[in-house]
Design a protein around this ligand. Structure first.
Ligand SMILES: Cc1ncc(C[n+]2csc(CCOP(=O)(O)OP(=O)(O)O)c2C)c(N)n1
Ligand SMILES: [Mg+2]
Length: 792
């Protein structure tokens, strides 16, 4: 079996190097993007991936493969019949295998996407926590837990989000997680800093992990056991990274010259060195732990506990290729001549490069029998689906004369927390230390904090009065996180893929302060790229958070919401709108319409995640009952609060908490111009997406396609001007003028906010009724608007 494994290791090295060579040299004249960055980096982890996939992993296990090992991963899938030659031939090209393993773009069962270094690593930890969460609720079988394994580049360890996640993991008693560090001591730019290994080790141990070092391969160990061996080991241990790399690149002769220069030739160690010929000496010196299949398989399979383990595997970047060890090899590519030599070594005939069993010594029958028996693939594709969990048909509408959307959100959740329904049991909330300040405290009072073990509430035991009675235990439905927004988003990514990773539906709701979305933005993008499903509630937001000042006020987040793929963004002004949006979101996050092309032009069938930008400012609530048409408009992104008539000269379009200013301004305007329209925008994002989609559909021949905003603004006379207003960047709504060519004046915030009272700031930044009237004045034709001077 081990012999076959070693043959497969060579085969995978061949296939991955060939995939890259093919894309870069053979198809370079075609439209294939020519960049290396994979050959050396892939080869570095070739043995580790071979060992894992063919001899260690179980079907329940999940792996995040470091971005540049993508060709190795796909070569393994190709051997297993799960990846096609066409896709490999089109590596990095249109429709081909992705540069970095992608759950959404690749066809071969990628467990966890990687690409932006560090994020896939943390994802394994949060996927493991998700598994614990599901097991604690008996949603999955607690006896069949998988392991979550990250293959980590050593330079990847510089990413801070990894350390944030280590601390969080410690707090949640992380288990069933392995991180295998590819300690090749090279990054993208070159050879990395000396002596990181002990630092890694102490950090991991401090966070409660076991650390296993795979430094010497078995050939090395055998040499160390011979006379002079100890000295050889000392030399290896003390060799600087760059020297080791350079000698690796130069090969056997160079090794001998250097070793003889440093160690007495006539001593036992000198004789030990001379007992190897050049080729053997090179093989010996490159026989680091991370390249020794036997050692790797035995070490991985010897782990008999569920504590988290960090393996530090010494490797050589480019191992087995002529690029090995060279400091510039990250984007290095084998030349055609080198590839020919490599081909000869691998015994691969021209024209047979993609043949599965070409150049291998074992018979096809033996190899096929081996592959058919690999445990990891025994249960087929591990991409699951979960049953739809019926959301409530309607959500009880929180009522009060005045209320903020943030309060409304908290009350809706609080009401849901009372329900003993399947749906309520599938909600999981999480927040980076802002659970209370984002109004989820009541929900947590009722549903508890998740922990694998029951916790005590000392304050309760001591009968000390407190608003928050948060019991802690396996039935808890709130995952309390420390203040690290990266962790929030990666937790949402993992919880939001529960249906696909574990076959169990969760409805994750995460809260944070709106400005701090920026802190975790790459992780948010990463979650969306994987098609994770969650509801992000960002509150409070904008300069409406007046006394908090510029540090806590968000400006650009509405634009983030618009630009982020996979995320439908809303900013309701009133709680009845929010209630409808939340009800819709509970369905939207569960939608599974697949094919982008066959779906309707709005792409709503595919579903996605949702971002709600809320506010702490209490607004007087409208007294109305939403009919189904209005509900639909709220979801589609806008409705006429005051529809335009045929003589309408001015339309005020607002989004979110500035609604009262817009309404007030319309009131003033109406005293002078009796036909003033007010457009309530609940989602600039969905309006814009619909507009873009309809334009695309029309270009593709669907002449009837018309988006919601196009129909709404069709009611507005061509001579009307639109004043837009938002507590956020004005560009969010300024595009409205492009829909039918209306003139636009856009109000919003462009500069860091100030502390103050809301009215002061609205005046200062030009969001108040007076500013709206001024803007309207600049748009109307003919007689100026009266009252302008009376207002300010
Ligand atoms: C967030 C992020 N920043 C930068 C990059 C570009 N990049 C890709 S790999 C890499 C470093 C590679 O070093 P290492 O992790 O040691 O892997 P190796 O190449 O040695 O296999 C960098 C900087 C990236 N992919 N993601
Ligand atoms: Mg490296």
């Amino acid at each position: 079996m081990r012999d076959i494994l070693k043959e497969l290791e060579r085969k995978i090295l061949w296939l991955s190097a060939w995939t890259i060579h093919n894309a870069n040299h053979l198809r370079a004249e075609e439209d294939v993007v020519k960049v290396g960055g994979h050959q050396a980096s892939s080869a570095s982890m070739n043995a580790i991936l071979t060992a894992l996939y063919f001899a260690v992993l179980k079907p329940e296990d999940r792996v995040a493969v470091k971005p540049h090992a993508s060709p190795v991963f796909h070569a393994i899938q190709y051997l297993m019949g799960l990846q096609t030659r066409e896709k490999l031939e089109a590596f990095r090209a249109f429709g081909g295998v992705q540069s970095y393993p992608s759950r959404t773009k690749d066809i071969d069962d990628v467990d966890i996407s990687t690409g932006s270094v560090g994020l896939g690593v943390a994802m394994t930890a949060f996927a493991s926590l998700t598994q614990d969460y599901l097991a604690a609720k008996n949603f999955i079988d607690a006896d069949k837990l998988g392991r979550f394994i990250a293959l980590v580049g050593d330079a990847e360890m510089d990413e801070g989000n990894i350390f944030e996640c280590l601390l969080e993991g410690y707090k949640h008693s992380l288990r069933n997680t392995w991180w295998i560090i590819d300690y090749n001591r090279q990054s993208l730019d070159g050879v990395i800093h000396e002596g990181l290994k002990p630092k890694f080790e102490s950090v991991f141990r401090a966070c409660g992990w076991d650390v296993v070092t795979l430094k010497y391969g078995r050939m090395m160990e055998a040499a160390f056991a011979r006379p002079g061996g100890e000295q050889l080991r000392d030399w290896i241990d003390n060799a600087p990274n760059d020297l080791y790399s350079a000698l690796t690149f130069q090969g056997g002769k160079a090794w001998r010259a250097r070793l003889h220069a440093d160690l007495d030739r006539q001593s036992p160690v000198g004789r030990l060195i001379d007992s190897y010929d050049d080729e053997q000496l090179s093989a010996l010196m490159c026989n680091l732990g991370g390249h020794d299949i036997d050692l790797l398989v035995d070490t991985f399979n010897s782990i008999d506990h569920d504590r988290p383990v960090c393996f530090i595997a010494y490797t050589i970047k480019g191992m087995g290729l002529p690029l090995a060890g060279h400091k510039d090899n990250h984007s290095g590519l084998m030349t055609p001549k080198q590839m020919e030599e490599f081909r000869a070594n691998m015994k691969v005939r021209e024209g047979h490069e993609w043949d599965l069993f070409e150049g291998l010594e074992h018979s096809e029958a033996e190899l096929k029998a081996f592959l058919a028996d690999v445990p990891f693939y025994a249960k087929g594709r591990r991409r699951f689906a979960a049953a739809y969990v019926e959301p409530p048909k309607t959500l009880p509408l929180p009522t009060a004369e005045e209320m903020s959307t943030q309060e409304g959100f908290g009350r809706i959740l609080f009401d849901l927390a009372r329900e003993q329904t399947e749906f309520a049991s599938r909600i999981v909330t999480t927040s980076p230390d802002v659970t209370v300040s984002t109004n989820m405290g009541g929900w947590v009072n009722r549903r508890g904090v998740f922990d694998r073990s029951e916790g005590a509430d000392r304050f309760k035991e001591e009968k000390i009065a407190s608003t928050y009675r948060w019991t802690q235990g396996p039935s808890g439905q709130h995952l309390e996180l420390g203040i690290a927004e990266n962790n929030l988003f990666i937790a949402l990514a993992a919880l939001g893929l529960s249906h696909s990773l574990f076959g169990q539906r969760l409805i994750p709701i995460g809260t944070l302060y709106d400005p701090f979305i920026a802190r975790g933005l790459d992780a948010l993008n990463y979650a969306c790229y994987q098609n994770a499903r969650f509801i992000l509630v960002a509150t409070p937001s904008g300069i409406t958070l007046a006394p908090e000042g510029g540090a806590h006020q968000s400006i650009g987040t509405p634009l983030i919401g618009m630009a982020q793929d996979g995320l439908a963004s809303f900013e309701p002004a009133f709680v009845d709108e929010l209630t409808e949006i939340m009800r819709w979101s509970f369905d939207y996050v569960q939608r599974t319409g697949k094919d982008e092309k066959s779906a309707g032009w709005l792409r709503d069938e595919t579903g996605g995640s949702v971002y709600l930008r809320l506010s702490t400012m209490p607004l007087e609530q409208p007294k109305r009952v939403l009919d189904s048409a209005l509900k639909q408009h709220i979801i589609d992104g806008a409705y006429w609060l005051r529809p335009p008539g045929p003589n309408c000269e001015i339309c005020i379009a607002y989004q979110g908490v500035v609604a009262p200013e817009a309404i007030k301004a319309a009131g003033f305007l109406a005293e002078d111009r009796n036909d003033v329209a007010v457009l309530a925008v609940t989602s600039a994002d969905r309006l814009n997406a619909g507009w873009q989609a309809a334009s695309r559909a029309r270009r593709a021949g669907d002449r009837s396609a018309q988006s919601h905003i196009e129909s709404l603004l069709a009611d507005l006379p061509a001579f009307s001007g639109i004043v837009t207003v938002i507590d956020g960047h004005p560009a969010t709504l300024s595009w409205l003028g492009g829909v039918h060519g209306h003139r636009v004046a856009s109000l919003g915030v462009e500069h860091f906010g100030q502390s103050g009272r809301i009215a002061q700031l609205y005046e200062y930044y030009g969001l108040d009724a007076a500013a709206i009237l001024h803007a309207a004045g600049s748009l109307v034709q003919g007689r100026p608007i009266r009252y302008l001077r009376a207002i300010r």
